[in-house]
Design a binder for this molecule. Structure first.
Ligand code: GUN
Ligand code: FE
Length: 465
């Protein structure tokens, strides 16, 4: 449970009760102890009693349950070329690798294969909720939402918009882009309604997860005309949708935005002028946001999705996350595949900690900025992300009435990269997982109170196949 940013609570011998709707109805556990860090940690030990008429799931020795990760920024189509092109910086990388590769999503069959890989891999790494970029292709984006729902991940999916400064074969006219976005939203909302419990529609007999939700997705200012951005702001407002984009990631990009919108004082002001900067906006990177922009983020309640792996790999820069937090900007974490090469939120957490360490050592930028602590980084990856989703019951922790989105972590799993000492307590085991663990430690994943992945069952099914 990590409902406070600087406090991590670990409950030992606890029982979590989940009702048929997948909501947590009780959490029972015993005593609490403070942890003597800058951050505090409470330990609770308690009793459990046999319960009648319910399915009881017990954990393997030393295994524990954590809230599922919320990845607030990643690109499904880019899983096709992850690992390539890190000799380039953002704008060249987009031209040489990203746009040509994303163009291939015009094939639904190709897109299905890439999206299946992307969703499954992130789920195995413990990402129970994910905000996805698809491509400009509407039907491939709808298909991504369907694939995520079938695999059980809580997905937020954007059809990308681009009507300028993109290759001819991977660009829309303004009219097309807006009309296709309307069509995308209608298709997603229809799919959503058909999948709700009690609906007569059977869009998906086999779907395990909650229905995917549409996100308005101008790629970034350089590829979107003013008219397009204005139209997208209006569509988002009309339906109360999440908005996602990129902001202030790379110095060349910022210079380009300045030349495209000389009348606007800042990059953030451009989005704001078109109704794209509000409490439901999730803007990736924000490495170079200035004081005025940070104030605007606070006023609007917009969220920065910090993508440290990507910022390091594309040599974009080091975000001062401590300054954002202390100024009251809402922050969450993202993997940003394939700007980032790792699909894992554990990697995003570790990189966020490392970058924050380096920033705290660099003058004058980091002066007076304490590094992020590991409870804070975990909080950003769970609660921080959940807050960006504005979805009933999705809180990123295990409070009563929360949807049970969780990962069962087995530090002793076969091939586990974690070495435990005999006297490691829960605090040590948790830290070792956070710093060393990977998908081999994911014993099971639960979304909305349903088990959507179980490593042992999966292995048995593969042996049987
Ligand atoms: N800015 C515009 N498009 C992209 C993208 O695909 N990845 C990253 N990292 N930044 C972008
Ligand atoms: Fe991105």
């Amino acid at each position: 449970d990590s409902s406070s940013r600087t406090t991590l609570r670990i409950l030992t011998d606890a029982v979590v009760g989940i009702d048929a709707a997948g909501r947590i109805v009780f959490v029972e556990g015993g005593h609490t102890e403070p942890l003597g860090l800058d951050s505090t940690l409470e330990l609770a030990g308690g009793r459990s009693e046999p319960l009648a008429g319910v399915r009881v799931v017990t954990l393997p020795p030393r295994a524990f349950v954590v809230p599922g990760f919320v990845d607030t920024h990643t690109h499904a189509p880019q899983f096709a070329f992850t690992g390539l092109g890190y000799d380039l910086q953002l704008l060249d990388w987009l031209q040489k690798y990203t746009f040509p590769s994303e163009t291939k999503f015009s094939s639904l069959e190709y897109a299905a294969r890439v999206c299946h890989t992307a969703v499954r891999r992130t789920l195995l790494h413990g990402t129970t909720s994910c905000i996805w970029f698809a491509t400009i292709h509407t039907d491939a984006a709808v298909q991504l939402g369907r694939i995520a729902a079938n695999l059980g991940q809580r997905a937020f999916v954007g059809k990308v918009n681009m009507d300028r400064n993109a290759p001819e074969t991977y660009c829309e006219t303004t009219e097309e882009s807006l009309a296709e976005t309307e069509r995308f939203v209608q298709l997603m909302l229809a799919e959503h309604d058909a999948r709700l419990p009690g609906s007569s529609g059977s869009a998906c007999g086999e779907c395990r997860g909650p229905p995917a939700q549409p996100v308005i997705t101008p790629r970034f200012v350089p590829t979107c005309s003013a008219e397009l951005m204005r139209g997208l702001g209006a569509i988002a407002a009309q339906h109360g949708l999440l908005i996602q984009s990129h902001i202030s990631e790379n110095l060349g990009e910022i210079e380009w935005v300045r030349s495209l919108h000389p009348a606007q004082p800042t990059y953030a002001a451009v989005y704001d002028a078109f109704g794209l900067l509000g409490p439901r906006s999730v803007l990736a990177h924000g490495v170079y946001l200035g004081p005025e922009e940070r104030r605007l983020f606070v006023e609007r309640g917009a969220v920065v999705s910090h993508c440290p792996v990507s910022n390091c790999m594309l040599r974009s820069g080091m975000l001062n996350v401590r300054r954002l937090l202390s100024e009251g900007v809402a922050v969450a974490l993202g993997t940003d595949v394939s700007g980032g090469a790792a699909p894992s939120m554990l990697s995003a957490i570790r990189e966020a900690l490392k970058v924050s360490n380096m920033v705290s050592l660099s003058a004058p930028e980091g002066e007076g900025c304490s590094p992020l602590t590991y409870p804070e980084a975990f909080w950003l990856a769970t609660v921080g992300g959940a807050r960006a989703l504005h979805t009933d019951g999705v809180t990123g922790d295990f409070g009563c009435n929360a949807a049970f989105d969780a990962v069962i972590v087995d530090p002793l799993a076969e091939g586990s990269p974690i070495d435990l000492a005999d006297d490691d307590g829960p605090v040590e085991v948790f830290q070792k997982w956070l710093q060393l663990g990977d998908d081999r430690n994911t014993a099971a994943v639960w979304v909305d109170g349903r088990e959507v992945y179980n490593r042992a069952d999966d292995a048995a099914a593969k042996r049987g196949a």
